[in-house]
Design a protein around this ligand. Structure first.
Ligand code: GLV
Length: 309
């Protein structure tokens, strides 16, 4: 049996070498060179082509390269009944937390203003703001959202979170469901999106919801690009209702060189590098899932296809 390695962005040599350190005899086919589709029993994939995964009659498991799985689930011809797994990695989570802290603190501590003062050689004391008077709203309270919330709460921020279903995390005031979104947004001086991309979260950061934020709110999107309606965010920035935005994810990546986000003075663009899952770190869980699939045991970190995460 063999692993299907299918990604246009992950280097096959590096990933296969890391997985083979845990499964030395692993056979692999690197898409699109798959001479024997019947030999494929496990797929490691990122954004597979539509219908690709239905070509393998003996597939027993599908793994994403990262935390997100929407790039797999968007295929309407996905083979039914084959478990899909995501990567859960403490370091990946830690990277996301770091990213959120960096961009919340940069805005909270007025770093851009201080740097502008420095460029002008101007000594102007700005009082360090009180974290306790600032509310950070986190959209999505999965592993990553909960960890980011805990880190912000540890710094004294008031942290509220919004999720599809009710969640209880110490230090985070949880709101949930469509009925509580408005109350959540109305309090969020920072809006941090860490949601998975599903039909329900697509376009969530739109004109109506942006208008519900307090004036001067700051938006951070490290979830997925299609959660933001770009034109609506640009309009909210231009009107001054939203003070600024840091965006790591976009509708199309790489971000189009002509996209207005690149040059907008209130937008920070980062190239989907908030965090990553390196081959060395995540090879053990991929190898373990290949083993489990072959032995007919339940896989680790399976996602719920109906929920989309
Ligand atoms: C990155 O975007 C991931 O899904 O891990």
């Amino acid at each position: 049996m063999a692993l299907l390695f299918s990604s246009r962005i992950h280097p096959a040599d590096e990933w296969l070498a890391a997985i083979r350190r845990h499964l030395p005899d692993l056979e692999a086919a690197i898409w699109p060179e798959v001479p024997d589709p019947a030999a494929i029993d496990f797929a490691l994939t990122w954004a597979p082509k539509r219908g690709e995964l239905s070509r393998y009659p003996n597939l027993k498991g599908i793994s994403s390269f990262g935390a997100g799985v929407e790039h797999i689930l968007r295929d309407p011809d996905l083979p039914a009944g084959v478990p899909i797994v995501k990567i859960v990695d403490p370091k990946l989570t830690a990277g996301m937390v770091e990213y959120v802290l960096l961009h919340v603190l940069r805005q909270h501590r007025q770093l851009d203003r201080l740097q502008a003062q420095q460029r002008e050689g101007r000594w102007q004391w700005l009082p360090p703001p009180d974290t306790g008077r600032t509310t950070v709203g986190i959209l999505g309270l999965g592993q990553i959202g909960a960890a980011a919330g805990a880190a912000l709460a540890a710094l004294g921020f008031r942290v509220i979170g919004w999720s599809r279903s009710e969640k209880g995390h110490p230090g985070i005031e949880g709101l949930h469901g469509p009925g509580e979104l408005e109350r959540f947004l109305a309090q969020s001086q920072f809006l941090v999106c860490l949601l998975p991309l599903t039909p329900a979260t697509t376009g969530l950061i739109n004109r109506r919801n942006l208008a519900l934020l307090p004036r001067g709110a700051y938006v951070i999107n490290a979830g997925r690009g299609p959660q933001v309606v770009d034109e609506d965010l640009l309009q909210a920035l231009d009107s001054g209702h939203v003070a600024g935005a840091t965006l790591d994810v976009f509708h199309r990546e790489p971000l189009d060189p002509a996209h207005p986000f690149w040059r907008h003075p209130k937008v920070t663009v980062t190239p989907h590098n908030a965090s990553d899952a390196t081959p060395e770190r995540v090879a053990p869980q991929i190898a373990e899932n290949i083993r489990r699939a072959r032995e007919g045991r339940p896989l680790l970190n399976t996602i719920d296809r109906r929920l989309g995460y």
